[in-house]
Design a protein around this ligand. Structure first.
Ligand code: AMP
Length: 283
């Protein structure tokens, strides 16, 4: 089966309408491209669950701040197409003009969840994410949509939005795919210098340390965060933006770790901002 590429909203709609009329379930994986194994794990799972799989590649200007990397974000469409050739049915690659006409003014905001954790240092980011995903859901009308645990705040926010606005879509959150040395795969890893790339392995070691600390019976969030901070100090170039432990239902900070509590962090190496997280109570 050959990969269909839809560049316009109308073409994508025609494609999914035809698939649906054949009784096919639609699985959807939204991405910003520069694909890696993390993305492909979502696509493969979508393939298992649905007869028709749509992947979108759209570097969404709404979710980048004015000082952020929108312009230099890696764009590798030819390579992405090759990677998807046998993995999905339809690739949706709208350009920014397709998505946001000159009169565009409507935004979606998940109140109270957009300005915490990553949102604190990225004002407008989650509003941009919620808006583009709402729009993509309306275009693709998927039965199921797939997101990575790596961007846990984003995934939970999309699930909240979908429930609040009654989007008829199931949100699936899949495990973080890591490099052999533990670094979470990310399109932004390509920005790292050799030295920073080596030092960045400290992040997953710090997460392991957090899990171990909890397993040893320490449930005080401050103690766990302290251990993580200490571990991150081993990397001379790591600059911590935040480390916290949250409840996955409310996104509130927790003082005492529960089984479902999530430790999440953002660390900079030079200009590159990396995020990662882990569930603390899972064995
Ligand atoms: P992005 O292209 O970075 O916007 O990511 C698109 C989707 O892939 C999001 O749902 C991400 O959470 C997911 N994703 C990114 N990196 C990983 C990873 N290492 N493991 C699993 N999912 C990932």
């Amino acid at each position: 089966m050959s990969l269909r590429v839809a560049r316009s909203i109308a073409a994508l709609r025609r494609y999914v309408t035809a698939a649906r009329s054949r009784g096919q379930k639609i699985g959807f994986v939204p991405t910003m491209g520069a694909l890696h194994e993390g993305h492909l794990s979502l696509v493969r799972r979508a393939r298992k669950d649905n007869a028709c799989v749509v992947v979108s590649i759209f570097v969404n200007p709404l979710q980048f701040g004015p000082q952020e990397d929108y312009r230099r974000y890696p764009r590798t469409l030819a390579r992405d197409r090759t990677m998807l050739a046998d993995a999905c049915d339809c690739l949706f690659v709208p350009d920014a003009r397709q998505m946001y006409g000159p009169e565009f003014r409507t935004h979606v905001e998940v109140q109270g969840w957009s300005d915490v954790w990553c949102g604190e240092s990225r004002p407008g980011h989650f509003r941009g994410v919620a808006t583009v995903v709402a729009k993509l859901f309306n275009i693709v009308q998927p039965d199921q949509a797939y997101f990575g645990h790596k961007d846990i705040q984003q995934a939970l926010l999309i699930r909240r939005m979908s429930e609040d606005l009654s989007f008829p879509v199931k949100i699936r959150i899949l495990p973080t795919v890591r490099e052999p040395d533990g670094l979470a795969m990310s399109s932004r890893n390509a920005y790292l210098s050799h030295e920073h790339r080596q030092q960045a392995t400290v992040i997953s070691r710090a997460l392991d340390e957090a899990v171990k600390t909890v397993r040893e019976g320490n449930r005080d969030a401050e103690v766990v965060i302290g251990r993580v901070r200490q571990r991150l100090r081993q990397a001379s170039e790591a600059s911590v933006e935040y480390i916290g432990i949250m409840d996955p239902v409310t996104l509130d900070k927790v003082r005492m770790v529960e089984r479902s509590s999530i430790l999440l962090l953002a660390v900079r190496f030079g200009n590159t901002r990396l995020i990662d997280n882990c569930v603390l109570g899972e064995s």
